[in-house]
Write a protein that binds this ligand. Structure first.
Ligand code: NAD
Ligand code: UDP
Length: 325
């Protein structure tokens, strides 16, 4: 099937999800402009795409206006791991809110379609389980996670107001925990932490008693969901949950990683961070019916690919430091 080539902007394109999205859009024959300030993103995530005549990278902070010409915008710019988004919380809120205003302004001038990478964090520590899009959430407005949660909630508000007020074509994806190659090895997220710890034989840090749950989606499935949402009819605005509904405890994840890496790491307990959600699982009925989308990659397959990625990365890091593997 021939594809109509579009000019597509991906903000946060040097990050974990953004780099996979750029790769997929280029493979589909589009021109891709990646914009990133490299706060958590890395040039190495894009190294294999540099040299492709359809690919362009621009260093830019989305809290400042951007003047480019594109047909579609995927707005992913924002640190996603608690360690990174709490490092400079004011900048995190600015990135979500000013970033949304700037990208929506750009979309308005160009009459471009725009997708927002929102998050399951808009549900906070959810009192409804599993989470449907109709649930308004249980969010602490003044806690350590608020810069991210409330920033993303405000961005959703802006998207819907631009849609109602300026008839902008918007798409809001609520992304649940996603993992895979090119996660930042030190970003503190659970999958990257556990794999890096297991590979080095270091203790696996379980925050709290490990009974809290998450539902992990492999990156390829996630990217497919985002693209399907972008390509859906204009009356499909979302919000739509995109995630894998297979729920597990953090302790079970640790045990799976230990078993799959053949590691001798032990489990150690560490304090549960404030406002850490106790349970999280997406209801993806809407994504199934509107987008014909559901995840295909089983956790073990996804973990295998992710472990292989981190094993190579670890060797490269050790060689760069000059220490033996
Ligand atoms: P990431 O940290 O790897 O990528 C974010 C990218 O945005 C990085 O390249 C970073 O340098 C860039 N960035 C940050 N602030 C910026 C700014 N002011 N201007 C320009 N670029 C900026 O995170 P990710 O996991 O790839 O997440 C991508 C998006 O998806 C984020 O918006 C995140 O909130 C959302 N999301 C991710 C997950 C997940 O599990 N990965 C879950 C829910 C939502
Ligand atoms: N977690 C953990 N050990 C770690 C890192 C995270 O037990 O080394 C827990 C964390 O407390 C949370 C879950 O794993 O309950 C998922 O954490 P992550 O930071 O990956 O994502 P989020 O909390 O934003 O869903």
């Amino acid at each position: 099937m021939s594809v109509v080539s579009k000019r597509i902007l991906v903000t946060g394109g040097a990050g974990f999800l953004g780099s996979h999205l750029c790769e997929r859009l280029l493979a589909a024959g589009h021109d891709v402009l990646c914009v990133d300030n490299y706060f958590t993103g890395r040039r190495s995530n894009l190294a294999h795409l540099i040299g492709n005549p359809r690919f362009e990278v621009m260093r830019h902070d989305v809290t400042f206006p951007l003047y480019v010409e594109v047909d579609e915008i995927y707005n992913l710019a924002c640190p996603a791991s608690p360690v990174h988004y709490q490092h400079d919380p004011v900048q995190t809120t600015k990135t979500s809110v000013h970033g949304a205003i700037n990208m929506l302004g750009l979309a308005k001038r160009l009459r471009a379609k725009i997708l927002q990478a929102s998050t399951s964090e808009v549900y906070g520590d959810p009192a409804v389980h599993p989470q449907t899009e109709a649930y308004w959430g249980n969010v602490n407005p003044i806690g350590f996670r608020s810069c991210y949660d409330e920033g993303k909630r405000c961005a959703e508000t802006l998207f819907f107001d631009y849609h109602r007020q300026h008839r902008l074509r918007i798409k809001v994806a609520r992304i649940f925990n996603t993992y895979g190659p090119r996660m930042h090895p030190q970003d503190g997220r659970v999958v990257s932490n556990f794999i890096m710890q297991a590979l080095s034989g270091a203790p696996i840090t379980i925050y709290g008693d490990g009974s809290q749950t998450r539902s992990f989606c492999y990156v390829d499935d996630l990217v497919e969901g985002l693209i399907r949402l972008m390509e859906s009819p204009d009356d499909v605005t979302g919000p739509v949950n995109i995630g894998n509904p297979v729920e597990m405890s953090i302790r079970d994840l640790a045990e799976a990683v230990i078993e799959m890496t053949g590691s001798r790491s032990t489990l150690v307990k560490a304090p549960l961070p404030a406002d850490d959600p106790i349970q999280r699982r997406p209801d993806i009925t809407l994504a199934r019916s509107l987008l014909g989308w559901e995840p295909r990659v089983a956790l073990r397959d996804g973990l295998e690919r992710t472990i292989a990625y981190f094993a190579v990365l670890r060797k490269e890091l050790e060689m760069a430091e000059g220490s033996p593997a």
